[in-house]
Design a protein around this ligand. Structure first.
Ligand SMILES: Nc1ncnc2c1ncn2[C@@H]1O[C@H](COP(=O)(O)OP(=O)(O)OP(=O)(O)O)[C@@H](O)[C@H]1O
Ligand SMILES: [Mg+2]
Length: 395
């Protein structure tokens, strides 16, 4: 696989041409563009190169501060730095700022192949580990209890652990782009599966960026467009995004007869079933968990209670008993923040109750922790009984 390369060069045309020729001479490099320092950040954001080559002349100090800035924004990229002469001070600073190699005009023709080979090897071993990107599917059997709010905010917090994308599979009434205040140019219905290069780059180009760490693949804007998306294609999208993103969060439709939803549930590394502590939602969640747990193990199937509020201990215990499945995480009721984030296209700030809880959920998913709030009772299936506060008695 070729390493897509962006050249950042403010030196004259001759120097630029020389470096471009050098890049072309390397079979494993593919030059995507040459840009000026002032355009580098923006172009990296839209072209997604793997390697950025910064020529330091004519202003080496400015070049090095650009390296520092780009490294901080795009820590996953490799950087080459070049300069007319092998100035020891510049070399030391460039390496300290995270450059993979320093190439000087006197020796770059001979040094370049080894420099490229070294990052090729690094890239290959890193690709193997990022290929283990996780798919987190969010499913709520009850409508309107906050599944999409959790999708966008969990996506935002998972971004701290690695680049994340959200796929909005609520094809009919997807709200992800609205909750993040984005206006996508493309959506799931734009995807051309016969495209000869259906790969991560193609998929990325159809996504809309929220920020450097979070992108979304939006639901189709029109109802007519959803008929052409099949389960096998959803699988293809998720396989591909797993290769490219550390986390892929999927907002699922309510309909479990939907083959696209079933394909996603099967392929996901985690399925988060969302409920509330109210009897209708518990009833639905129980029904859904009873079926899911026959297919998925406890590391995969995670029960999350949203909008949780203070309840007397006995009521709480009864709710949990009726769910008959261990609660993985509880998210507090925080109406003010939830409304605000969805209206403003924001991720819940870290100081809010919603933000804190999503931060901790993201940490647990990223770290693979399995601390359960309640333990599952083994053995006989607990019969469903409604807590007294919901009208008790009914069986
Ligand atoms: N933890 C929370 N505390 C308070 N309100 C919340 C919380 N989470 C979500 N909400 C609110 O719940 C409402 C429904 O949210 P959302 O659209 O995310 O639900 P949903 O389950 O995806 O709905 P749908 O069934 O329409 O897809 C919104 O008004 C949102 O602000
Ligand atoms: Mg929703």
């Amino acid at each position: 696989m070729k390493l897509t390369t962006l050249l950042v060069c403010d030196a004259g045309l001759d120097k630029r041409q020389t470096i471009e020729d050098l890049i072309h001479s390397q079979p494993s490099l593919a030059l995507v563009s040459t840009v000026s320092g002032s355009m580098a950040r923006e172009q990296i954001g839209s072209l997604h190169p793997k390697l950025v080559w910064i020529e330091l002349s004519p202003a080496p100090v400015r070049g090095l501060s650009l390296l520092a800035e780009l490294r901080e924004t795009f820590p996953q990229l490799y950087f080459f730095v070049s300069y007319e002469v092998p100035d020891p001070e510049l070399i030391r600073t460039a390496y300290r700022l995270g450059a993979s190699d320093f190439l000087d005009a006197e020796r770059w023709r001979t040094d370049l192949p080894a420099a490229v080979q070294s990052i090729q090897l690094k890239h290959q071993s890193e690709s193997v580990s990022t290929a283990a990107g996780k798919v987190v599917a969010i499913f709520s059997p009850t409508g309107g209890i906050g599944a999409t709010t959790l999708v966008t905010n969990l996506g935002g917090y998972l971004g701290k652990y690695g680049e994340t994308c959200i796929v909005d599979l609520d094809l009919q009434f997807g709200m992800v782009s609205h909750y993040l205040n984005l206006e996508p140019s493309f959506s799931l219905s734009t995807i051309d599966f016969s495209h000869t290069n259906f790969d991560a780059t193609y998929l990325r180009n159809l996504m809309t960026r929220y920020d450097d760490k979070l992108s979304i693949l939006a639901a189709p804007p029109e109802l007519e467009d959803i008929g052409d998306i099949y389960a096998a294609q959803v699988q293809e999208i998720l396989y591909t995004s797993k290769q490219e993103f550390r986390f892929t969060v999927v907002d699922l439709p309510k309909n479990l007869l939907d083959e696209r939803a079933i394909a996603t549930l099967d392929l996901a590394d985690h399925v988060l079933v969302i409920t509330e502590y109210n009897w209708a939602a518990i009833l639905n969640a129980r029904k859904c968990l009873d079926t899911f747990k026959a297919h998925y193990n406890q590391e995969k199937l995670l029960l999350v209670v949203n909008r949780s509020e203070w309840l007397p201990q006995d009521v709480l215990s009864e709710c949990r008993a009726n769910l008959n499945y261990p609660v993985f995480h509880e998210i507090p009721n925080d109406t003010k923040t939830a409304k605000w984030v969805n209206n403003q296209g924001q991720i819940a700030p870290g100081h809010t109750a919603l933000g804190k809880s999503l931060d901790s959920l993201a940490r647990r998913i990223a770290g693979g922790e399995q601390l359960l709030i309640t333990e599952k009772k083994e053995g006989k299936k607990a019969a469903f009984s409604l807590p007294a506060m919901f009208g008790g008695g009914k069986k």
